[in-house]
Design a protein around this ligand. Sequence first.
Ligand SMILES: N[C@@H](CCC(=O)N[C@@H](CS)C(=O)NCC(=O)O)C(=O)O
Length: 210
Amino acid sequence: MVKLYACLGSGNCFKPWLVMHQLGQEFNLTLIDVLKGEQKSPEYLAINPLGVVPYLEIEAGQGIGESNAMLWYLADGSHLMPADRAERAEALQWMFFEQSKLEPYISPARFFTTIVPEQREARADDITNWQALAEPGLFRLDAHLAGRKFMLASGYSITDIAVFGYVHVLEEAGLTLSHFPSVERWIADVTQTHGYRPLAELGQAESKAA
Ligand SMILES: N[C@@H](CCC(=O)N[C@@H](CS)C(=O)NCC(=O)O)C(=O)O
């Protein structure tokens, strides 16, 4: 059985967790407390030398880093992977967009606004900067989603899940969802898809390996 190493509250960890729930795939979950630095422990570095989560162990000694690569692996051959060649390329396009134009700004703004609010004041200038850097990507995403239900024409896919991971919690980064009305409508549609589970449930029910 595959094993997901993840931390609570992370949009990146949420992505493979949600895909496995939506595909009905069994998995083990091991929680890593990044606030305590467990991702840099010798035990964890022996599993994932990059020292970050998420990490998907597919068998002993073999695993995948990078959340969007995990989605690609997990969805292979399923209804969450677009069947059309051009759409698979479009899926990758949006996954790279998510990791270059959205996640690098929404994630730290959210971290210092909501996850460690005691550091919010000290990082106020950085937060303002990250919010400003996130906005062009969010306006681009909003324009793409205007008039379409999901990211790809063929319907709900890992493309939506990759982008959803951090975009659906943008208000926790101090951004304003109503500025992006098509994104707001799309978020509501994603939460209605089969097997959807919210980020707050990550770590609530799964078996937790040591
Ligand atoms: N691009 C990577 C990002 C991985 C990442 O930076 N994970 C964060 C949590 S969301 C982490 O482990 N941070 C702790 C650290 O960098 O030490 C992905 O999509 O998986």
